[in-house]
Design a protein. Sequence first.
Length: 83
Amino acid sequence: MDESLKRLRERIAKQIAEREATLVSMRESATLARTNHDRERILLTLAVLDEELAGWKKIAARVEQAVLFEPRNHRAIRMPAMR
């Protein structure tokens, strides 16, 4: 496997793992929130992070598809901006 593709897969896996860990701790915070306002803010943030995580998972699926079906075209896959 191409080294650049291997690094790309590792980077995507790291992003997914970080976001999943963040979501777990935020869900716990939402259940422990004292006020409705705090709970609503946390839940809204969770919705945004869930959407971002879904985007990373789509990119991971595209990378896997590129590896399986189009091994020479993996460099054309666009990555989302790192935050």
